[in-house]
Design a protein around this ligand. Structure first.
Ligand code: ZN
Length: 64
């Protein structure tokens, strides 16, 4: 669905990194981007790695 605002495990705010992670302006690897963001814990990294943005798909089935 929508990217989690905070890490569900530790509570660190992570949603602000989602757009940069998708756009990847400096053409870095995912690991390098996580290091640049300062995301050290594997729980936060896993939240962003495992996320699939399905909000547009789910929105088609919204009640009118
Ligand atoms: Zn975390």
């Amino acid at each position: 669905m929508i990217v989690p605002v905070r890490c569900m495990s530790c509570g660190k705010p992570i949603a602000q990194y989602w757009k940069a992670l998708q756009e990847n302006p400096k053409n870095l690897s995912v690991k390098e981007m996580f290091d640049e963001f300062g995301l050290e814990r594997f729980c936060c990294r896993a939240q962003l790695l495992g996320h699939v943005d399905l909000i547009d798909v789910a929105a088609k089935f919204k009640r009118a």
